[in-house]
Write a protein that binds this ligand. Structure first.
Ligand code: ZN
Length: 79
């Protein structure tokens, strides 16, 4: 698979800042026009995105839990 620094979609001409964005765009907008290596790149890009999202969600949850217990403790002390 060739690496283009600032990729442009060959199917609709839409420009993308990174080749990863381009891969994700092709997989979502032109799934039937993917070749094998593009398909593979798309799947690994999606897996990475999902892992990132999961980490983000876990962090958000941890912050909420900390906030909740923080308030609970403050309430127990000052109420
Ligand atoms: Zn496109």
């Amino acid at each position: 698979m060739e690496e283009t620094p600032a990729g442009t979609c060959e199917h609709c001409g839409h420009p993308f800042p990174t080749s990863e964005r381009l891969v994700l765009h092709k997989g979502i907008e032109h799934p039937s026009q993917l070749d094998d290596s593009e398909q593979e790149a798309f799947e690994s890009a999606v897996t990475e995105e999902e892992a990132d999202l999961r980490t983000l969600r876990l962090k958000a949850l941890a912050v909420l839990v900390l906030l909740y217990f923080g308030l609970l403790i403050l309430y127990a002390i000052f109420a």
